[in-house]
Design a protein around this ligand. Structure first.
Ligand code: NI
Ligand code: MN
Length: 229
């Protein structure tokens, strides 16, 4: 029974849940922080939170090469099918489905979702993952702070991966409020420091989690792995 979360910079994570490999927002090519090449990534499932290029990233090529099932909203699912991918599962916000690794529910995100070629990417989302081994993970996607996050406290989130980079998403002040609403055991901040526009003081955010919330903040550098206890 093990869950290992590896960060690749920006909003890209790989999760190994009892040997099932999930890749969230596979942005490797062009990601200045990523230390692995897209061509070396393995995946059984690829989760795409919204249509923006820094989240769809290498999804098409990665899915083609690995045969992984792509989980995303229905509009992005249609766009991926139009690119010839067959292994695609469309969800919509509020809806979940039981996959071989566990249940994945798409959560609310306040953001945009246009696809790189200008196609309609539907609404942006995040993911609540209830893994078969009992661990619960929340990935916020790109979002503003929303009071709906308070519902997530009911899910007893073990690890929340939250955007903190400001400008396009929550900044540190709002992310602290999000932590107070969600009450996860552990927070892993993301979507910061990739470019100057979203540079924030992550150490200060970590210290504020310590002093202002009941959650532990784990700062990760690209290719660091965190074992979910
Ligand atoms: Ni975005
Ligand atoms: Mn983004």
């Amino acid at each position: 029974m093990s869950v290992k979360i590896t960060y690749h910079g920006h909003s890209t994570f790989t999760i190994d849940s009892d040997g099932k490999l999930l890749v969230i927002d596979p942005f490797f090519t062009g990601n200045p922080k990523a230390r692995v090449k897209a061509g070396d990534v393995r995946a059984d499932f690829i989760l795409v939170s919204h249509g923006h290029g820094d989240h769809v990233g290498d999804a098409v090529d990665l899915a083609r090469r690995t045969g992984a099932l792509v989980i995303c909203n229905n509009e992005i699912a249609g766009w991926l099918r139009s690119k010839g991918l067959q292994q695609v599962h469309g969800l919509h916000i509020g809806g979940g489905f039981q996959f071989p690794f566990g249940r994945c529910k798409m959560t609310i995100a306040h953001h945009g979702s246009a696809l790189p070629d200008g196609s309609n990417g539907g609404n942006p989302g995040g993911f609540l993952l209830k893994l078969n081994n009992g661990k619960t993970l929340y990935f916020s996607g790109d979002t503003a702070l929303t009071y709906d996050m308070k519902w997530l406290a009911d899910d007893h989130v073990d690890v929340a991966m939250l955007c903190i980079g400001d400008n396009f998403t929550m900044g540190p002040d709002d992310a602290i409020k999000a932590v107070k609403l969600i009450e996860p055991k552990v927070v892993i901040p993301c979507h910061y420091g990739t470019w100057p526009l979203i540079d924030v003081d992550a150490e200060d955010f970590q210290a504020r989690c310590q002093h202002e919330t009941a959650s532990t903040c784990v700062l990760m550098h690209a290719s660091d792995t965190y074992d979910v206890a």
